[in-house]
Design a protein around this ligand. Structure first.
Ligand code: GAL
Length: 409
């Protein structure tokens, strides 16, 4: 009873400006140029509301940040708010009762009628209660191509994956790395997923990621993808970078022809002053089929006994889903907003393609929405080893991939 009273008091307090600014430490892994520019829009909105955003950025992307975030919450040193991906990453924290229930705010503000696609709010919902506020839609299903690199190589910018692989010799002749790939394991695993959706199709990908069907992993469609991915390994020789945004920078500077990466890469092109369609080309679904996956980010709020902190958490949640903050943040993040009732006329050509694909309903869930973090990490470790050790055959990695899917939870 006490908890509900606290929440009711916090909810009432959350709509008014606070008597005094509340500090909320916010953890996230948005440390690249584009990411920092975007998250600054969240901080600006929170501070304008009379509170104080204490930035808790953790470098190294999700693979480094997530374990730190989760162990702090479990260890009793929670932050005020944290970014995590849409999907299952917080499920154990929620089950342990460590994350604030946002249902009352969500119902008061009609999130069920706002959030599009509704699957993003479903991914925040456990046993009918809502524990996160979705803040964007990021799709992995893109390849980004450098106009400068292709001009130097003297070949047309490819319009699909096959044309890209065929352009590799010309790029090499011009001393350009065909495919930029950093060493963070999620990059390789993510690229493999995008190639699977493009070459084997979304239904086959879902049979493995959602249904955990081992026979499909060993079937002809996946066999062809493992072989194509094995052949692609040589395309990133010479990239020699670690972080995803360093790989994006190889494309921005024309040192690499292309990168398979989620559309957070757009934030980097933007910060570098590059324009879609002028300096770079984006191909959704690798130009094979126009599709987007509804991955991205949501904010969670660890439970806090202090009603003033709880009120500040609710104020933040309300701001993050608001129209003006959704536009300001997503335009800089390169992601799509989680609501369809906003004006994104200033979005660039690539974002507009994403919005059209979303409106057409050609969407896929993100792997995070079906695979546990443990399974995802195992697949990431397997695929980065395959990418870096050309002595591993496609048949070997396929067998090991099937074994992980067989045990997937
Ligand atoms: C993803 C996240 C994106 C992006 C990317 C690289 O997990 O959803 O917002 O920032 O990591 O850091």
């Amino acid at each position: 009873m006490k908890c509900r009273f606290l929440l009711a008091a916090a909810l009432a307090a959350s709509v008014a400006l606070p008597a005094s600014a509340i500090d909320l430490e916010v953890t996230h892994w948005w440390t690249s140029g584009g990411e920092a520019a975007a998250v600054a829009e969240f901080a600006k909105a929170f501070n304008a509301g009379g509170d104080n955003w204490v930035d808790g950025a953790i470098a190294g992307s999700g693979g480094v940040a997530r374990p730190i975030i989760i162990s702090r919450i479990i260890g009793g040193e929670p932050m005020g708010a944290t970014q995590l991906n849409h999907g299952r990453q917080a499920e154990e924290l929620i089950e342990a009762g460590l994350m604030a229930d946002l249902t009352e705010l969500a119902e008061k503000e009609g999130w069920k009628d706002i959030v599009n696609p509704i699957s993003l709010l479903d991914a925040c919902t456990v046993d009918g209660k809502i524990y996160c506020v979705p803040v964007n839609i990021h799709s992995w299903q893109w390849i980004w191509l450098s106009h400068a690199a292709y001009a130097k190589a003297g070949v047309d910018v490819p319009t699909n994956w096959d044309e890209f692989t065929a352009s590799a010799p010309a790029l090499r002749k011009a001393d350009i790395v065909p495919l930029a790939m950093g060493q963070q394991s999620w990059q390789t695993s993510g690229a493999f997923g995008v190639l699977t959706v493009a070459l084997a199709g979304p239904d086959i990908w879902l049979k493995v990621v959602k249904d955990k069907d081992v026979d499909t992993v060993m079937g002809p469609e996946y066999t062809a993808v493992f072989e194509a991915f094995g052949d692609a390994r040589k395309l990133s020789d010479g990239a020699n970078v670690q972080d995803w945004n360093q790989a994006t920078n190889l494309v921005i500077t024309g040192q690499a022809g292309a990168q398979i990466m989620g559309d957070w890469a757009q934030g980097e092109f933007q910060v570098a002053g590059q324009k879609a369609g002028v300096d770079y080309t984006c191909l959704p679904g690798l130009g094979v089929n126009k599709i987007i996956s509804t991955g991205g980010d949501a904010f969670y709020f660890p439970v806090n006994e202090d009603p003033e902190i709880t009120a500040a958490q609710l104020r933040m949640a309300s701001q993050l889903i608001s129209k003006e903050v959704q536009v300001a943040f997503n335009l800089k993040k390169g992601s799509l907003p989680i609501r369809g009732d906003v004006d994104l006329s200033t979005a660039n050509d690539c974002m507009k393609q994403g919005l059209e694909i979303l409106a057409a309903g050609n969407v896929l869930p993100d792997g995070n929405q079906h695979l546990s973090q443990d399974t995802s990490t195992q697949l990431e470790d397997l695929m980065v080893e395959f990418w870096n050790d050309k002595s591993i055959t496609a048949a070997e990695v396929q067998k090991n991939y099937a074994a992980i899917i067989a045990d997937a939870d």
